[in-house]
Every structure is written in structure tokens, then in C-alpha cells.
Design a binder for this molecule. Structure first.
Ligand SMILES: [Fe+2]
Ligand SMILES: [Fe+2]
Length: 272
């Protein structure tokens, strides 16, 4: 089973650079093309939030047309830039979002690896929240299937990552979430986005993966800063492979073309 995670499109944002403006929708098109050229193709795609930058319905619509063109099952969840109402309006007809209730949390049951999608949106804030209501829902879902290997997706990382600027915008109440996650040993990983950088952490007796954006990155700032500037490191897709012989393995796949070296065969060991 192969899952592709793409995250943080921010469609509608145009970023000025010394070489002219870059429309993030154009970057997203390149990432989607990269995804459609992956071989083997993923079984499904997880879109882990910040689809639109400003919440404009036109931006959701063009992002949806692009996602539909991939031709694979895909599943969306809210980020801090998203509105639940817009996500419902655009994606409810696809049949997986909860039709009622306050939050857009749901499980995906039809694959060997069970996926739990958490809603960490705190309306009007860049930081996230996993409140007691959402935690109770998660605890119930985990308790009902303790034997099924599970991967959790959530937009905001629930832990500090030694990135002070982004740490201030993490998912609040993460310590309570950690207690629940640590209590259920069927969880093989927790995957997030939001920071626009790649990070991996040992957290709550599992692995926390943070996936870079499909369109732009933020600089690696490990000291406190007042602001953080966008930059264009290679855009990324994270792949999760679930196999009976490997368990959960993750890779980043970088969008763009890079020079290939010529094959030199198997290197000869140094004689000493
Ligand atoms: Fe984002
Ligand atoms: Fe975000």
C-alpha cells in the first residue's frame, strides 16, 4: 500500500521574487504532474490542509479540478488557512467527510493501513487545537480497532520541533494528544504539514513526520525570529509505504528535474 501526502498548497498566493512573481497554483500544477508520473502510482492521496491561501471559493474550485485530474482517490482535511464550510461545499459530495458535527474528522477504513484524519483547525488562528471533544472522538476510534495498524494525519504538528517561529503555531493541547497516542500501540506514525519543512521526531512512542509544502518552503530558522520568509526549495511529496515485510517506511519525492550521474557499476572496495 502506497500513500502520497501532499500539503500546504496555498492556492491564490503569489510570491514576489527577484526573478518575478511566482503563482503557487503553477507550482501546484508541477507537483501534481510529478505525482501523476510516479511509478508505481500511489493507492491514494492525502491532502493535509492549507489548500487555499485566502479561503476564496474560486481557489478551492481550481485546486479541486487539479486534484480530480489525478485520477486517484484523495482525501482532504482542514489547515489553518481553510474553512470547514468551503471544504464541505466542495468535497462533501465525494462521500468521505462527515455530513454533520462540528469537526471534519473521519477515518479511512478500506485499506490495509487504517487512516485517522484529525481536524486541528482553530478558527481565526494560525496555531492549531485538539480540544477535549476531538480527543474523545480520537480515543473512541482508537479503542474500537486496537488491532488495526494505523497512521494519523493532522495539519498542525502537535509537538515542538526546535523551530521557534513554527513551534508557536503548533497544535495546542498536544500533551493530552500524546498521552492518548502513547496509550495505543497500533499507531505506526503521525503525519503533519503546516511548517513547510521536513522534520522527523520521536514522539508519543511513535514517529512524527512533518511534510514540506507542495508549493513553497520557509527557511530553516532554529533561533527565534520575528518573521519568516518564503523560499523555493524543491517542492515535495511524502510517500508512505506499508508492507508486510517492512512495516511503515516513508520517503520524500522532490518535484523538479535533477542531473543523473552515469552508472559506474558496483564500487570496488578499497584495498588496505
Ligand atoms: Fe501552510
Ligand atoms: Fe498551516
Amino acid at each position: 500500500m502506497l500513500i502520497a501526502q501532499i500539503t500546504d498548497f496555498h492556492v491564490g498566493r503569489i510570491i514576489k521574487t527577484d526573478n518575478g512573481p511566482i503563482d503557487l497554483f503553477d507550482r501546484l500544477k508541477q507537483t501534481v504532474e510529478h505525482l501523476t508520473n510516479l511509478n508505481p502510482q500511489p493507492d491514494l492521496v492525502v491532502v493535509s490542509g492549507d489548500i487555499s491561501n485566502h479561503g476564496n471559493i474560486e481557489d478551492y474550485e481550481r485546486a479541486k479540478r487539479l486534484l480530480d485530474s489525478i485520477g486517484l482517490p484523495y482525501f482532504v482535511m482542514p489547515g489553518n488557512h481553510d474553512s470547514r464550510e468551503s471544504l464541505r461545499m466542495l468535497f462533501q459530495a465525494d462521500g468521505y467527510l462527515p455530513s454533520s458535527g462540528e469537526f471534519l474528522q473521519y477515518t479511512i477504513e478500506q485499506y490495509p493501513l487504517r487512516l485517522i484524519m484529525l481536524d486541528t483547525l482553530e478558527v481565526g488562528q494560525h496555531h492549531g487545537m485538539i480540544c477535549d471533544k476531538r480527543l474523545d472522538w480520537l480515543n473512541n476510534k482508537l479503542t474500537e480497532s486496537p488491532e488495526r495498524p494505523t497512521l494519523i494525519f493532522m495539519h498542525h504538528p502537535p509537538a515542538k520541533l526546535n523551530l521557534p517561529y513554527q513551534d508557536n503555531m503548533r497544535c495546542f493541547n498536544g500533551k493530552k494528544l500524546a498521552e492518548i497516542v502513547a496509550d495505543h500501540n497500533q499507531i505506526h506514525g503521525v503525519a503533519c504539514g503546516h511548517t513547510h519543512r521536513d522534520s522527523v521526531a520521536n514522539w508519543a512512542k511513535t514517529v512524527l513526520f512533518v511534510t514540506p509544502s507542495a508549493t513553497f518552503s520557509y527557511g530553516l530558522e532554529m533561533k527565534p525570529v520575528d518573521d519568516i520568509t518564503p523560499r523555493f526549495e524543491p517542492a515535495c511529496i511524502r510517500l508512505f509505504h506499508w508492507g508486510s515485510d517492512t512495516g511503515l517506511v516513508s520517503h520524500l519525492s522532490f518535484v523538479g528535474s535533477y542531473p543523473n550521474g552515469l552508472t559506474e557499476g558496483v564500487p570496488t572496495p578499497a584495498a588496505n
